[in-house]
Ligand binder design. Structure first.
Ligand code: HEC
Length: 146
């Protein structure tokens, strides 16, 4: 019985590898207008690139395990949901009011320690306190500049 279940699970695991997942892989990470518009300096850009753009831009740097189903389904769900809420690659299409609101949300998410998602932090690490502060200061200054 156990052997049969084992075989069935193996067949399912192999089978789901063929299910197509829509990857978030544009040729370039399109963040130029966002960087200019929010005056994100290189430090801010580096932190966002390391901890946020994977789920909030048009290009995810997929680690190898992200290619293996069912992990790929789960990661892509996070990416799709993340982008739906906030897409830095789509920044130029946001109206000023929306930009401000998104940056306010960003401050809130960081102050409440909600981003990056916990599951992401396991392998990518959390923001350090100084990184968190840098992002919050930049976001607040940008909100005031609009
Ligand atoms: C593993 C994917 C992932 C990573 C990495 C990630 N996010 Fe998110 N983010 C999400 C998802 C999913 C949501 C929507 C659900 C929620 O709010 O929990 C979200 C929501 C948000 C929102 C709320 C937007 C709104 O208007 O509701 C902000 C702001 C945000 N993220 C900022 C960040 C920042 C800043 C970082 C980096 C420090 C980051 N996120 C990293 C997946 C991610």
């Amino acid at each position: 019985m156990l052997k049969k279940i084992g075989i069935a699970v193996a067949i399912i695991l192999v089978g789901i590898q063929f299910v197509k997942v829509d990857k978030n892989e544009a040729a370039i990470r399109d963040i130029d207008s966002f960087v200019i518009d929010t005056k994100a300096n290189i430090e801010v850009q580096n932190i966002l690139a390391a901890k946020c753009f994977d789920c909030h831009s048009n290009k995810t740097a997929y680690p190898w395990y992200a290619k293996v189903a069912p992990v790929s389904f789960w990661i892509n769900h996070h990416v799709e949901e993340g982008k739906e809420h906030l897409d830095f690659s789509n920044w130029s299409n946001y109206k000023t009011k929306r930009k401000k609101h998104k940056l306010e949300e960003l401050v809130e998410e960081l102050e409440e320690d909600k981003m990056p998602l916990e599951s992401y932090e396991i392998l990518h690490g959390d923001l350090t306190e100084s990184e968190q502060k840098l992002l919050i200061d930049w976001a607040k200054a940008t909100i005031l500049s609009y």
